[in-house]
Design a protein. Structure first.
Length: 338
């Protein structure tokens, strides 16, 4: 996505990364983590910063601003407060963290004021983000790749409802951004959301008939004939809320990869996120209700179908086609969600 089309305050990276390319990414992540834990020649601060990237998917921009009051002890456990719920640090990272808190600033020539966990060389200031990134690289930590691989792994291990709850809240904030019309950010000229959606569904129908998915084609035809209700305004949608496209840290949640962003109905984002994080539609409705986010179960169900039709289209038109994924999406289309 060209940056000039992005709404103010949204940053879109040039390269899309949707998860580990294979076992190599995860193997490299753990190999670097083991070296940080065992190589005594690496400074404690660099070990801790690198492990926060590799184990907890933290960014350099969030790490360099951590303060010592984020580290607490509960009986025999060391806790790190990155968000609302503290994380119990495993051994020996817990010992490294206590050592870092006790010895912070001793590797500099200036006595530091303040409570920065990673103090810089200027009085009362944390280490600069670029300097931290250089130190991580010297320690063998590829910050972006390591963080993304860790995030992908965490998204598979954490309860889907917990991640969906976070996504629901933060996507709702994004949806407050409105645009001049419906459709892609590069050309939001559709007069109505229904017009934009109908055009896509008609194209889905024709292609699915050609590929022999007549049941899915009938679903696309039905949705095109009676599209879901119009939103009150064109709302910004991420439109690809996969696990690898979100970063969670103490400063909040950041959305990556906005190249597919559109202006449309927020429920499409919620339906996509629920499917990506394996959240049942009934559970999704409860989560949205808990946060006071307007929705209807019927509309969520319709957009679930729109999402699955799009995934089915991607599977049958891929090079080469993915028949296993295609059959799975076609089966999901007829699966009851109540």
């Amino acid at each position: 996505m060209r940056r000039k089309y992005a709404p103010a305050g949204i940053k879109a990276p040039a390269i899309r990364w949707t998860g580990p390319a294979g076992p190599h990414d995860q193997d490299e992540r753990w190999a670097v983590a083991r070296r940080l834990l065992n190589d005594e020649s690496i400074a404690t601060a660099d070990c801790v910063a690198g492990l926060l990237v590799l184990l907890y998917a933290q960014t350099a921009s969030s790490i360099h601003r951590l303060t010592t009051d984020r580290v607490t002890q509960d009986d025999d456990h060391v806790l790190l407060h990155l968000g609302d719920q503290p994380i119990q640090l495993p051994a020996p990272l817990d010992r490294f963290m206590i050592d870092l808190v006790a010895s912070r600033g001793t590797d500099t020539l200036i006595r530091h004021e303040g409570n920065w966990l990673f103090p810089g060389r200027s009085v009362g200031r944390p280490i600069h983000e670029s300097q931290l990134l250089r130190r991580l690289r010297r320690a063998g930590v590829k910050s972006r790749q390591g963080r993304s691989t860790a995030l992908f792994a965490l998204a598979q291990e954490l309860p889907a409802g917990q991640l969906a709850k976070m996504l629901g809240v933060h996507l709702h904030r994004v949806h407050h951004i409105t645009g001049p019309g419906f459709g892609r950010l590069s050309d939001p000229v559709a007069a109505s959301w229904g017009d934009y959606l109908r055009e896509r569904l008609v194209s889905y129908q024709a292609a699915l008939v050609r590929h022999g998915f007549h049941g899915a084609a009938a679903t696309a035809e039905a949705l095109a004939s009676a599209p879901p209700p119009e939103p009150d305004a064109p709302r910004l949608l991420h439109n690809d809320p996969e696990p690898g496209n979100f970063l969670f840290g103490p400063a909040g949640t950041a959305g990556l990869d906005w190249e597919l962003a559109i202006y449309g109905h927020p429920s499409l984002d919620y339906a996509r996120a629920a499917h990506a994080f394996a959240v049942h539609p009934v559970q999704l409705s409860r989560l949205l209700t808990d946060h006071g986010i307007p929705h209807s179960k019927e509309t969520l169900a319709a957009y679930r179908s729109v999402h699955l039709l799009g995934r089915l289209m991607s599977a049958v038109t891929a090079t080469p086609p993915d028949p296993v994924a295609a059959q799975r999406h076609a089966r999901d289309l007829i699966t009851k969600t109540t």
